[in-house]
Write a protein that binds this ligand. Structure first.
Ligand SMILES: [Zn+2]
Length: 470
């Protein structure tokens, strides 16, 4: 079957480790820090007769996340035993909410250039993480070909929320946008650091394709082992391409699980699972159902901050969608707003904050001082600006000493340097005069370099343009 367009159909499964002080069902410390197998006890090691006790904080945080994702909160959720045997699971079962999860039927509106895309949240449920297995000696770090395997039970019993979306993601770009919003939501709730590199946020993707315009759901394949949002997007693109090629060659897609190797951009099939769903779930007899009082749910609802998606829509009118997304998903929109209120121009402030302060502690920056730097950015030497922005999050930072430094904008001083740069680059001069006006930045950059960053960029830019037109 060829000659028509294909639509990707993707559902995402996201696991988030909660950063509670203790584990899900025991009082062992939760998180990194101790040496291997030091944060364990009879409960999380599955000793016979040891009894689980529910972590109240984890239950409340799961409900709070559900509310942030517009979910219905179950008046009664039940933990079940999911039975399977694996060395990272000493009890022989995982405790997980199953047919009665805490949160169902939510949605996230993802702002895109062509309107909001709605991604349904089928469920968000609470469970415990397995221990961490390391396979040593193999080429791929997976069990096949390894010489031996090590298990660290510190991670076993960490509270884990699993979020399952509907098959509503129709491009790798939508997946990336959705995951960025979800991650920022989780971080702002203060319930997890949600870092993919550290495994506190993990994403699997169920991918299928269908003829555009149809509503059928075809055989899907699962992608695992993608440890950044970029790799999730690349993995989805690779899998979509593979499935379209199969259908167009008259073949069928076989349900399978793949690991995505970002290095080579290839998908490797795992050994096919036998009876994937035969976990013999039954209700966990050692735990009572989760029955949150209505007052608790309302208190948690009142604590949920304005969603990142809504903030993007609110500020994009004053900027544009891309800048709004960068600021909000970087947790920088609050600082931007305050800097603008302190007198900085909107777009200039957005550019300085997004390009220069990504990863900085936004809460530590004094907006009034930053606003002064934004306003002076073309007037003071670039080296002074760089230094000031590097220190702007330090306690007691003052812009004053940097503002006193004047960049060189005297054309008598700059002209000989400009002339020298143009003379040294005849090819680029000809190209510029032939219409490649983008080269202006190249010449300005050369002059700035020559002056050790002390020249006024705007003055240089004007001077270069003038000379090139001559
Ligand atoms: Zn324990």
């Amino acid at each position: 079957m060829t000659g028509h367009e294909w639509q990707p159909v993707v559902g995402l499964e996201i696991h988030v480790q909660l950063k509670t002080r203790t584990k899900m069902f025991c009082r062992c410390a939760n998180g990194y820090g101790g040496g291997e197998n030091t944060q364990t006890c009879p409960v999380c090691l599955g000793f016979p007769g040891a009894l689980p006790v529910m972590n109240r904080q984890a239950v409340e945080w799961t409900i709070k996340l559900g509310l942030a994702l517009d979910c219905e909160i179950a008046p009664r959720a039940v933990f079940a035993r999911k039975n399977y045997f694996y060395p990272d699971l000493p009890k022989g079962y995982q405790i997980s909410q199953y047919d009665l999860p805490s949160c169902t039927n939510g949605k996230v509106l993802v702002p895109t250039p062509d309107g909001d895309h709605e991604i349904g949240i089928v469920r968000a449920h609470l469970e415990e993480d397995a221990a961490k297995t390391t396979h040593v000696g193999g080429r791929t770090g997976r069990i096949g070909g390894a010489d031996y395997s090590l298990v660290d039970f510190n991670r076993g019993g960490t509270p884990l929320v699993e979020i399952v979306t509907g098959p509503d993601v129709h491009s790798s770009e939508d997946a990336r946008r959705f995951l960025q919003l979800l991650r920022q939501t989780i971080v702002e709730l203060g319930i997890s650091d949600a870092e993919m590199e550290k495994g506190t946020l993990r994403v699997d993707a169920n991918v299928s394709v269908r003829p555009a315009g149809s509503s059928e759901l075809r055989t899907r394949c699962e992608l695992k082992n993608m440890n950044s949002f970029r790799f999730v997007a690349q993995g989805i693109d690779a899998e979509v391409k593979r499935q379209i090629a199969l259908y167009e060659a008259g073949e069928e897609v076989v349900q399978e699980t793949y690991d995505f190797d970002a290095g080579s951009g290839t998908l490797t099939a795992r050994r096919s699972k036998e009876e994937a769903d035969d976990y013999r779930y039954f209700p966990e007899p050692d735990l009572v159902p989760v029955e949150p009082p209505a007052e608790l749910v309302e208190r948690l609802r009142a604590e949920v901050p304005e969603s990142p998606a809504r903030r993007i829509r609110r500020i994009e009118g004053e900027l544009d969608l891309d800048r709004a997304v960068v600021l909000v998903t970087g947790g920088l929109d609050g600082l931007w707003q305050e800097t603008v209120e302190a007198g900085a121009e909107r777009v200039a402030a957005a550019n300085v904050i997004a390009n220069r302060l990504a990863g900085a502690d936004a809460a530590a920056v004094e907006p009034a001082e930053l606003a002064k730097l934004v306003e002076a950015r073309d007037r003071i030497p670039r080296t002074a600006l760089d230094e000031a922005l590097g220190k702007v999050a330090e306690p007691g930072f003052s812009a004053a000493p940097y503002l006193e430094q004047e960049a060189v904008s005297d054309s008598a001083e700059l002209e000989p340097i400009v002339a020298r740069i143009l003379e040294a680059n005849p090819g680029q001069v000809a190209a510029y005069r032939g219409g490649k006006e983008g080269l202006l930045g190249f010449f300005v950059g050369q002059v700035m370099k020559e002056t050790g960053g002390k020249a006024n960029a705007r003055a240089v830019s004007e001077l270069v343009r003038e000379k090139l037109q001559a």
